[in-house]
Design a protein around this ligand. Sequence first.
Ligand code: NAD
Length: 492
Amino acid sequence: MQDKIDHLRTLPIPAQSLFIGGAWQASRNGATMEVISPIDGTVLTTIADAGADDVDLAVAAARAAFEKGAWSKAAPAERKKILLRIADLIDKHALELAVLGVRDNGTEISMALKAEPGSAAGTFRYYAEAIDKVYGEIAPTAENVLGLIHRAPIGVVAAIVPWNFPMMIGAWKVAPALAAGNSVVLKPAEGASLTLLRLAELCAEAGLPEGVFNVVTGRGAVSGEALGLHMDIDVLAFTGSGPVGRRLLEYSARSNLKRVYLELGGKSPNVVFADAPSIDQAAKVSAYGIFRNSGQVCIAGSRLLVERSIHEEFSEKVAKIAAGMKLGDPLQLTTEAGAISSEIQLKKDLGFAEQALAEGATLRTGGERILQETGGFYMQPTVFDVTPDMTLAKEEAFGPILSVIPFNTEDDALRIANATEYGLASAVWTANLSRAHRMVRDIKAGVVHVNTYGGADNTVPLGGVKQSGNGHDKSLHALDKYVDLKTAWIQL
Ligand code: NAD
């Protein structure tokens, strides 16, 4: 497979356009943006920098397709066929898609293969298979009336997604929205548009009618804002940072009160008790739970809370694993952590490390930019001992930086774990079943892993509490975001 990857990475990538109404179109204003590869800092290609009028056009195409009904009114079994074809096409082009995505955002290829095309194909298949098994309801009314509850597609869904795992996260929104019969306008992040543009092509090849799926690329502050403020978008599904999530709520309030679903950041606690079933396994999984994709994972276990009796031994084990990880060229199958997605993000990550030192944190390993000679953006996996009041214990770095905090008792662990404005993910390592269940009950987070970290699938929801968001991707529950409940009240 390495041979094929080595070939695919050399292929030139043509300048990219917008995908609107089933056709490739340049931006009305002719503006473009360079795509810089984080692998070596070279310019890969350009994408269109859409303006508000491009967004208008995409929304109009989506609305027209919705009203026409070729998709929105198609029998669920018909929609299922096309969604399954999309999944098959993603599988067929999996390696090409994975390499394209890695050239764009720097995720290590071994992970990208599973988490990007692999996961996206599975998500399209999951919602394809689900959609002809979702029934309406008959309300338990009095005998002389019939109350029917229909699940109707809503209309035009905008999806705005981040640069980490664009295909996986894109599919989490696009697949259920399409399955439910909606039209979609997708805006990828500036630094990870290429695979989602290719997805648009595959959707067309699979037979998705024109205008049902549109992709507008460009700057968040321009095309993203235009989507947020648009009067003809019914639902906005977002994954990204808290500050942008806040803006989207404001845009909704200032425009048409579109529903806004937010999947935001995290500062997830990974709590290790001295009675963890295997300390070695816990250390290994904890290290990979933060450092895979160089920490650019929303659910990354970025706060490691360790029971004081094993704090030193455990932290050293994690630091040793971190220091021994194979870093570098993300297109090598053996690489364990690839590039930081952009120079801006790398500077942010290094800034967090500098600030931690300035605040008195103790560096166990890492902290430095590496492989600068490649022209790419790489940082060592970094482990700091911190106190709960330090910036690194509170703010999401979204990079390869782990903060370690000791605790004394279960109550102490819970207090520190919940002392955050976020509530996305968490983990607890213990052999004590009752304690595991107490922690599952009491940690305020959308997911609590027990004796593992990460690794869920489409069958379970992913969503945050507190300032980590208000919606859930994945599982049958995600379909609820993309349907209206409509009542028919019939006098008999
Ligand atoms: P970001 O918020 O900067 O950007 C996300 C998207 O919003 C991009 O497409 C961007 O172009 C767009 N955007 C930016 N400004 C906008 C504006 N004013 N109006 C409309 N759209 C705008 O986030 P990012 O840096 O791309 O991604 C990292 C963040 O995403 C982290 O906080 C991470 O935790 C979070 N994330 C969360 C999940 C989850 O499932 N909860 C998953 C992955 C990433």
